[in-house]
Design a protein around this ligand. Structure first.
Ligand code: UDP
Length: 409
């Protein structure tokens, strides 16, 4: 069933939707072209899938293109991704050349038709080379934590970034010294999507049963691509420390993303670490398992997102929306969502995660309080409707460069 803007009135309020219509009128008919590197898997694809239909309903001609690359290219961009997150990576001249070559191939194939072109993350960042021939507005939308990047990779990307008209970061911590305008836009979740909408308890139980998870015993869950920066091994370590005294189960559920070549390797490491424990459920989910993920989270007692580095971590808001207390690594955008002691707990180690997990498993009242707070926090800050508004505001800001105050009337 198609979802319309009016359907969001109930959760976001009628005034919010009315405001979107008024603002969108100012950019009606504008072509907003998005470019990223994967059609499914990961937060960017998740957001674009939900955002675009609403922008279109508001009269903005929003479209989405995906760059093409081979395994070698995505090995390079994954290394970039890790390095920008501050990990030590060896970047060779050959890797930089592979990035340039794939960028060049995409430059030749991509049809640029946006009045505003939003390029997501480092993988397609080089597409800005087309800006010279097409006098449109180009925005680099960076979803990852670049607050402490590897200098070599940042210096390679910076000349591309500097060609944009503006950059968008998810939080102030990620802002850079750049000669272009910078905007802060936090990501968002869609409360009406299959990933987040209300489900019947029967369906939740049916999904738990399908994956042989016992609904009568506590369930601790982390939903993530199998990626070392999501620290699945740290989650297993924390679970094992707690398991000695709490009869809980652990669900690690995730799928792959076509721009993430490391997934299979990490999955094997996780399977090895979990071997022999029937209460650890490693679930490799196919794309579009949204209802299953929703049910797994709703059927959980505590949700973890123990990332070592994180851009935003949509999974955190997805869990908070379902009134689940979240134990999150104290990194990146998790810090915007998990307010320590209010919506969950921020941790710095497996030991810290284990301590908070034990505390939450012992205290149902605390779980309920944090879960309620988390739901309100997401409702106020991280719903899709806020995101739509921010994108419209960015378009308006681009129309008025160097103006501190923009008059809309
Ligand atoms: N996700 C999914 N299937 C999976 C694993 C993750 O649909 O197997 C979704 C998850 O629910 C969230 C997004 O992918 O909506 C991941 O976004 P996040 O910002 O947490 O992390 P990223 O993968 O972008 O680093």
């Amino acid at each position: 069933m198609a979802i319309h803007l009016a359907d969001y009135e109930e959760v976001a309020g009628r005034e919010t939707i009315e405001e979107l219509r008024v603002l969108a009128d100012k950019v009606r008919g504008r072509r907003l072209q998005n470019i990223n590197s994967t059609p499914v898997g990961g937060g960017v694809a998740e957001i674009l899938t939900r955002l675009l239909p609403l922008l279109r309903e508001l009269g903005i001609d929003a479209t989405w293109d995906v760059i093409k690359g081979d395994q070698a290219f995505f090995n390079v961009t994954k290394a970039f991704h890790n390095a920008l997150h501050g990990n030590k990576e060896t970047i060779t001249a050959g890797m930089l050349e592979a990035y340039r070559a794939t960028t060049q191939a995409n430059l030749e194939q991509m049809n640029i038709r946006g009045d505003v072109v939003i390029v997501h993350d480092p993988q397609p960042a080089g597409m800005v080379e087309l800006r010279r021939s097409m006098g449109r507005q180009w925005v680099w939308r960076c979803h990852i934590d670049v607050s402490n990047p590897d200098r070599q990779v940042w210096e390679f990307l910076e000349p591309y970034v500097n060609q944009y008209d503006a950059a968008i970061f998810s939080m102030p911590d990620f802002a850079q010294q750049l000669p272009i305008a910078q905007y802060m836009v936090a990501p968002s979740i869609d409360p009406l999507a299959d990933k987040n909408r209300a489900l019947s308890p029967d369906f939740v139980n049916e999904v738990l049963a399908r994956y042989e998870v016992d609904p009568e015993r506590p369930v601790v869950t982390q939903i993530s691509r199998f990626d070392r920066l999501k620290d699945p091994l740290g989650v297993i370590a924390a679970y094992r420390m707690v398991k000695r005294r709490h009869d809980c189960q652990l669900v690690l559920a995730g799928g792959g993303a076509s721009d993430d070549p490391e997934g299979e390797l990490v999955l094997r490491e996780v399977q090895e670490a979990a071997a022999g424990d029937r209460d650890i459920h490693i679930l490799l989910l196919p794309p579009f398992s949204d209802l299953e993920i929703n049910a797994l989270v709703r059927g959980s007692t505590v949700v973890m997102q123990k990332s070592i580095r994180e851009g935003f971590g949509l999974t955190v808001s997805e869990a908070l929306w379902k009134k689940k207390p979240v134990i999150g690594g104290a990194v990146g955008g998790i810090k915007l969502q998990v307010i320590h002691g209010i919506t969950g707990f921020l941790v710095h180690s497996a030991e810290g995660a284990a301590r908070r997990l034990a505390q939450l498993l012992d205290d149902p009242q605390l779980r309920t309080e944090l879960g309620e707070n988390g739901h309100s926090h997401v409702k106020q800050n991280f719903l899709l409707t806020r995101h739509v508004k921010d994108y419209i505001l960015v378009m308006l800001a681009l129309d008025h460069p160097n103006e501190d105050i923009i008059r809309l009337s």
